[in-house]
Design a binder for this molecule. Structure first.
Ligand SMILES: *Cc1c(COP(=O)(O)O)cnc(C)c1O
Length: 482
């Protein structure tokens, strides 16, 4: 016989829960638990023993229901996949300095749009624009970027300062918004020339042709999927042409019989015709990826130095900051975007500015290790291997087979699609349990541990695990026994 709602509410344990969490929440939980049990009995799901068991555990069930009702849905997880910028796991984790600055900016009032000197209304962009200028403008002039082995090299790289000596930057909600705003501002009702090989879809919802349509610009496709020549672009020009667009192929590569004009050829064409060149970089590294052994990935500075007029990129990919879309480039063009009313609709809040400002400041101070994504990229295979050994030693004796093997971490998030970093993996297997089942147990534990499954084994890559989380992996593995 099921107790009444009232009876259960007055049981000692639920009374204590009511005192802690309030009457309304406890009542909701009690009703949900009783309703579920009534349903399970009605449908014949539970036999007599099952019903007895459920009845003797009602108060525990209420406590569980309450924890679920009042707990957060968005929870931290341990990312043991080795994918550094994992879109489904929130891309770049924020730097401690960024979190601290977000706390300060969010907890109190700030000078977000207030000029402290004059007491007048200010602009929210000012908080990051000077930092972008330092990072993009200064580097630019000093020519710090190596001109070697970009795969795109030419005389223009490292040559004289291109005409847009001071680079302007504005911030919107994400890179999709950045592309939308840029296309709408520069090419509404006009044509944009894009190679057929670059009409990409990213993450299932960002498709260049769709964004183009929404922006009011008309897509003018040229070339073929695998080969586009500069002459294909040249032939497509007419008096409605407003923009030349290059899109970084973030998540795939075309290999074999391929051709794509160099940035320099496109810059030359755009200047000859007096039509701006825009590049959707997607990731846009602010550091030199060659330093971590990744060749051929165009950096933000490479593009700007080459003379690309406008680049768009994400804040939470290789930059390692908060979700944001950044538009950097020629001052006059960026100024037009700033005064577009779409910009107001796509602007970001004080928390994003705070996180972005702190992240950029870490770059200015050359404190790359403060930025978790960059720190993870720079970890050596040996360091990761040592941590894997130490972690294995913490596993209790169990039926798991645990091996440490060579493998590859993935940058993800639309960096060079084939760019991988050598790593060491913990490979778990068990003859009584499938790898999928084991991965599911890791995923549903507390904290959830997300792993890769390959060739019948669960693979844990500590590159993307914060060292202080290593022990929670040991706890979870020791708890979930087969
Ligand atoms: C990731 C990516 C986007 C979308 O960026 P969001 O910040 O996720 O909106 C657009 N273009 C390219 C080339 C990308 O790699």
């Amino acid at each position: 016989m099921l107790p009444s709602v009232d009876e259960l509410m007055h049981s000692p344990r639920v009374s204590a829960l009511t005192a802690d969490h309030g009457h309304a929440a406890a009542l909701d939980a009690v009703r949900a638990v009783l309703e579920r049990l009534r349903r399970e009995i009605g449908s014949g799901e539970l036999d007599d023993r099952g019903v007895d068991l459920a009845l003797s555990n009602l108060e525990v069930a209420v406590e569980g229901q309450l924890r679920q009702d009042l707990g957060y849905s968005l929870r931290p997880v341990v990312n043991a996949t080795g994918v550094i910028l994992h879109t489904n796991l929130g891309r770049a984790p924020l730097a401690e300095v960024a979190l601290e600055h977000v706390r300060q900016a969010g907890a109190a009032y700030s000078n977000l749009e207030f000029d402290l000197k004059s007491g007048n209304r200010g602009q929210r962009d000012v908080h990051v624009e000077h930092l972008f200028r330092k990072l993009l403008g200064d580097n630019y002039r000093r020519g710090e970027v190596s001109t070697k082995s970009t795969g795109l090299g030419s005389a223009r790289r490292g040559g004289p300062v291109p005409r847009q000596a001071a680079v302007s930057t504005i911030v919107v909600n994400n890179n999709a918004a950045a592309v939308l705003l840029a296309l709408n501002t520069l090419a509404e009702a006009g044509e944009v020339i894009v190679s057929r090989g670059e009409l990409v879809e990213i993450g299932g919802s960002f498709r260049i042709p769709d964004v183009m349509t929404k922006s009011g610009a008309i897509l003018r496709e040229v070339g073929t999927t695998n080969r586009t020549r500069i002459s294909d672009y040249a032939r497509a020009f007419n008096d409605r042409t407003r923009l030349l667009l290059r899109v970084h192929r973030s998540n795939f590569e075309i290999t074999g019989f391929t051709k794509q004009p160099s940035v320099d050829e496109m810059v030359t064409l755009s200047r000859d015709r007096g039509v701006p060149l825009m590049e959707d970089l997607g990731s846009g590294a602010l550091f030199d990826m060659r330093a971590i052994g990744i060749i051929g990935e165009p950096g933000l500075l490479d593009s700007l130095r080459s003379g690309v007029d406008i680049v768009t990129y994400s804040g939470d990919k290789l930059l390692g900051g908060p979700q944001a879309g950044l538009i950097s480039g020629r001052q006059d063009l960026v100024a037009r975007m700033r005064s577009n009313s779409l910009f107001r609709a796509l602007r970001v809040d004080k928390l994003t500015y705070a996180a972005l400002e702190a992240t950029l400041l870490a770059y200015v101070k050359r404190d790359h290790d403060a930025i978790p994504a960059l720190r993870m990229m720079r970890l050596s295979k040996e360091e990761i291997g040592n941590r894997a050994e130490a972690l294995r030693a913490r596993f209790a004796p169990s039926p798991w087979r645990v091996a440490i093997v060579d493998g590859e971490s993935i940058i993800g998030g639309g960096a060079a699609p084939s760019a991988v970093l050598p790593t060491r993996l913990l490979a778990l297997s068990c003859k009584d349990l499938s790898a999928e089942e084991l991965a599911a147990r890791l995923r549903t534990s507390d904290p959830p541990v997300i792993a890769r499954v390959a060739e019948g084994r669960v693979l844990l890559d500590l590159r993307t695990v914060f060292p202080e989380q290593d022990c929670s992996i040991a706890d979870v593995v020791n708890r979930i026994g087969p």
